[in-house]
Design a protein around this ligand. Structure first.
Ligand code: ACO
Length: 426
């Protein structure tokens, strides 16, 4: 039986259907609201708006649950490879061994980047942020790899190109920023190993693959692989809805992710912890500033639009800091500071009342530092991890029979009609 919500407006009553997701989440279907009532809704930041139906990722912000295609992220972090996770998100099911092998071959076949693209890297000013470079380069890929024959081929090859080449381009950008020779991808190496080798191998010091580091990177990328309709994913869907190429939609996602309130928070957390350390290591003044609503300062890596409890990804990341750093024989004073800050915040009434807990970015920077990633590359690492999710969400939106171009409305609050005044009468 269909449930309805009744809206009483003026003398009339309207019924709007209530729809339910597979995990019991309910929503009022307002798609006919304007047509029936002449009204629109106003929902800043879309905090109460479901923008689509999706079968990719489920999260429960109250219980701290995150599942990709039904599988808890904790299980994937424990057992799966990043490649398997990417396949799962994009294709909806875990791959068989044969499918995974085919996927690996395709990723290797498409991992090289057109040599002419190096010219771009050489011409970006030295101080350019790697996220700005990555967003531009991903968009530029379309010019180097033009359209394919059929739509199916176009989607499969473009998806593979993006997954394989973005990783190569990120490492290439790092090498060039250091004035080093680019290291090419190696087909004998798995996805994570290959990236680390492209980042850190040099002619004078060949990169020694360390399984601890590989595992940390695998888990980091799996935990970032999708997070349903967040800011960057919504950017991918909205930009994609205008039927731009997948390259352009992903480039928009990278640009959106860059912001410090979103993926850029991983860099901002480390910068904040370094500021605390530099100012003598006292936590209290920073907590006080974060609570003062006249001060724009916020505790970076704390709070989330959906999670009102501990972010399940942050739990795994924190545990990983405690195991990976000792195994790598690294002692990072910023980890101690992060734990002290977390403890103080979680005891504070303001943070308790506002349900503010560490999010994925709070501990992820400590892991990235431990595996040798420079701070300004942190959000690039997030972007490589999020690629499968963006691609899966884009694909789902393209296949949606109820697809519409994204075009919200507004409540206009500007001046009402007035006449143009010639310049000497103003
Ligand atoms: N420090 C201090 N206060 C905070 C914080 C924080 N990190 N986060 C939220 N608050 C407070 C706000 O001041 C507000 O208080 P008020 O109601 O008394 O005015 C209340 O909590 C609600 O905050 P909103 O900004 O309305 O919550 P929203 O859901 O819009 O924002 C966001 C979520 C952007 C993540 C926010 O918590 C934040 O800025 N956090 C810090 C940046 C960060 O870590 N971003 C990464 C998020 S995870 C990701 O995107 C990968």
């Amino acid at each position: 039986m269909t449930a309805f919500v009744k809206i009483v407006y003026g003398e009339r009553t309207f019924e709007l259907p209530v729809i339910m997701g597979s995990e019991g989440e309910k929503a009022i279907d307002i798609s006919k609201l304007r047509q029936k009532t002449g009204l629109i809704t106003l929902d800043p930041g879309f905090a109460n708006t479901g923008s689509c139906k999706s079968s990719i990722t489920f999260m429960d912000g109250e219980k701290g649950i995150l599942r990709y295609r039904g599988i808890p992220v904790e299980q994937l972090a424990e057992h799966a490879s990043f490649k398997e996770t990417a396949y799962l998100l994009i294709n909806g099911v875990l791959p068989t061994r044969k499918e995974l092998n085919k996927f690996s071959v395709m990723l290797n076949d498409h991992s090289l980047v057109h040599e002419d693209m190096q010219l771009f890297y050489h011409n970006f000013p030295r101080a350019s942020h790697p996220m700005g470079i990555l967003s531009s380069m991903v968009n530029a890929l379309r010019s180097f790899y033009p359209e394919l024959q059929t739509l199916e081929e176009e989607i499969n090859i473009t998806v593979t190109r993006l997954l394989a080449k973005t990783r190569t381009m990120a490492a290439m950008s790092y090498k060039m920023s250091r004035g080093h020779k680019v290291v090419y991808p190696r087909p004998d190496l798995a996805y994570c190993e290959n990236f680390l080798n492209m980042m850190f191998d040099t002619p004078v010091k060949p990169y020694q693959i360390d399984q601890e580091v590989v595992n940390a990177l695998r888990v980091f990328w799996i935990l970032h692989a999708d997070h349903e309709q967040n800011c960057s994913t919504s950017a991918v869907r909205i930009v994609g809805s205008g039927r731009v190429t997948l390259y352009a939609a992903i480039s928009a996602g990278i640009a959106a992710l860059w912001g410090p309130l979103h993926g850029g928070a991983n860099q901002a957390v480390i910068e904040m912890l370094a500021d605390i350390a530099e100012s003598g290591g006292k936590i209290a003044p920073f907590i006080e500033r974060a609570k003062d609503n006249k001060d724009p300062f916020r505790l970076m890596g704390f709070g989330h639009r959906v999670y009102k409890t501990y972010d399940p990804r942050a739990k795994i990341m924190k545990k990983m800091c405690d195991t990976v750093l000792p195994r790598l024989k690294i002692s990072d004073p910023l980890l101690d500071l992060a734990k002290e800050l977390e403890e103080a915040a979680l005891k504070d009434d303001y943070f308790i009342e506002h349900n503010l807990y560490p999010n994925v970015d709070f501990y992820s920077g400590i892991i990235l530092r431990a595996i040798g990633i420079p701070t300004n590359m942190f959000t690039v690492m997030f972007a490589i991890g999020r690629l499968p999710g963006w691609i899966a969400q884009w694909k789902e939106s393209m296949d949606d029979p109820n697809w519409k171009i994204s075009r919200p409305r507004q409540i206009y609050t500007g001046p009402t009609e007035m006449d143009y005044l010639p310049i000497d009468k103003r």
